[in-house]
Design a binder for this molecule. Sequence first.
Ligand code: F7E
Length: 362
Amino acid sequence: MKTALITGITGQDGSFLAEFLLEKGYDVHGTIRRSSVDYRERIAHLEGHSNFHLHYADLADSMSILQVVKKVRPNEIYNLAAQSHVQVSFDSPEFTADVDATGVLRILEAVRQCDLTDTCRIYQASTSELYGKVEEVPQNEQTPFHPYSPYAVAKLYGYWIVKEYREAYRMFCCSGILFNHESERRGETFVTRKITLAAARIAQGKQDKLYLGNLSSLRDWGYAKDYVECMWLILQNDKPEDFVIATGEQHSVREFCQLAFHHVGIELRFEGEGENEKGIDVKTGNVLVEVSPDFYRPTDVVNLWGDPSKAKRELGWNPQKTTFEQLVQLMVDADMAKVAVERAGERVRMNLAEYLEKGIVK
Ligand code: F7E
């Protein structure tokens, strides 16, 4: 039985990867950070599984990383933990650098210190943000990097230190250069989930308007569940190499918005430009989407489009397993159900409050 260690197991990718590896028969260990707030929602259904184990550790704390690597002695490490929000990295650049850059070094060194260099393979969650202010479209493994946020600069260090350890110590460590990957488990402040949740709330009368930043930004959006398979394939390869993981298709934030609203039965027409652009409900004439400069970034990456040919050819991975339309649909469906459940809960609470007041229930 193989043993895997996943940092960032409570996140979108970590939870999908844990499910995937458990199904493959792995013994799965994950690191979580100590916190008074419960953030284990995405993995709650896995707790209690005999091959699923959690450990307290923090990428900002080398002792804790060393301890967990020493205890678990994994065959594979998936380093998915990160401060992953690009906009947040402008407000917390030092923390982002500590976790997203030095954190990678801490993992690599822990493996070395524990004498696991020959037996432990390491996957590093790298990112299309490395291409930043893009120098070529679409982007592949040869495209020059031009990081364009504190997040991307930190991730660039992670990419290079992995390459350095691979060459200096012959370690099997690789970076997956993943383009945006989304799902019903995506955090609510990333643009796709912000849109699908708002579309569901607006359709069910729980929200009036959605405020967004740059509507013209272009992304290559894939389904996170398909991408975790590729992380695993990268570590099963006969040689340690870096791969671009993307769908090979590009869409704008505006298009994502139109499709998400379409799935809840609202047709949107966009009018105006820049800060004055608005998304209008074709049927009612109501303005449902507006631009707020609060969501603009000091430097924004606006033209990401990945070329997954190498992953397709060498790993046999299918980049189009879930189409863009299917992705938007599944996210909207999940948020429609979530909002419906919240509304039902509200009605129960309102009825209960009324019954208590009238003395119908005590
Ligand atoms: O923004 C624009 C925003 O925050 C996408 C992370 O997983 O993928 C993710 O980074 C685009 C940007 O993701 C809003 O300006 C417009 O151009 O969903 P996002 P991201 O920055 O691309 C990469 C691959 C990673 O590695 C990261 O960890 O959408 N945008 N209006 C907006 N973005 C947000 N968040 N909110 C808005 O209201």
